[in-house]
Design a protein around this ligand. Structure first.
Ligand code: HEC
Ligand code: HEC
Ligand code: HEC
Length: 132
């Protein structure tokens, strides 16, 4: 007869090791990217906030950028007032990429993971030279 206690202990250890990566990654096999917020402009902010709240930016920054473009080019308006009433310059290069000056460690990190390649940089310039 084998020692059922040891078998069970073995199974528990196996299950724990096997489940570990799933638990750490919330069920996905590859680690979610962690876009870095470590930039000089963000360091200087008293309140570490984006133009709109984080959840909104994560979910809607693509459409949001299109709205900014239309606002600037069709309506000739270069200022955006957010939900909290704060004013931001409407500019991909001089606003988004001023705070997020680490495009490689920020925008690109998510985009590579998600397999998207925004074509914006055919024309717009990343002040730090990333062409992805
Ligand atoms: C004034 C500085 C500033 C500007 C301008 C700015 N951001 Fe942000 N952004 C931040 C900060 C700070 C955070 C982190 C917010 C938080 O954690 O609540 C952030 C978060 C984000 C996030 C979510 C990242 C994550 O993983 O949680 C996205 C996406 C984003 N910004 C995109 C943009 C885009 C696109 C623009 C231009 C339309 C922009 N940001 C303009 C400072 C800025
Ligand atoms: C938290 C992760 C994350 C960060 C940070 C992030 N993006 Fe994205 N972005 C995505 C995802 C995911 C998509 C694809 C979404 C979809 O197709 O619905 C996307 C799509 C886009 C698109 C549309 C591309 C297309 O082909 O449709 C643009 C433009 C864009 N991002 C710009 C930016 C810019 C500029 C920054 C940095 C300032 C940035 N993003 C930072 C996750 C991120
Ligand atoms: C074919 C070239 C081209 C491509 C590709 C392009 N843009 Fe633009 N974009 C322009 C030009 C030209 C302007 C006008 C610049 C100005 O008047 O300041 C502009 C202006 C903008 C503006 C408002 C002003 C500013 O300085 O940021 C935003 C926001 C913008 N584009 C976002 C985007 C995004 C997001 C993408 C990718 C999904 C993109 N653009 C792709 C050429 C392009």
């Amino acid at each position: 007869m084998y020692d059922s206690g040891k078998v069970i202990a073995g199974l528990v250890v196996f299950a724990a090791l096997f489940l570990c990566p799933f638990l750490y990654n919330h069920g996905s096999m590859t680690a979610q990217p962690k876009p870095s917020l470590d930039t000089p402009a963000i360091k200087k902010l008293a309140a570490k906030r984006c133009v709109e709240d984080r959840e909104f930016m994560v979910a809607h920054h693509m459409q949001f950028l299109n709205e900014w473009r239309d606002e600037a080019l069709r309506n000739g308006n270069r200022w955006y007032r957010n939900k909290a009433g704060e004013k931001y310059l409407i500019s991909l290069q001089n606003s988004c990429l001023k705070c997020h000056s680490n495009k490689k460690e920020f925008c690109d990190k998510c985009h590579v993971y998600a397999g998207v390649k925004p074509y914006c940089w055919d024309c717009h310039i990343d002040p730090n030279g990333s062409k992805l």
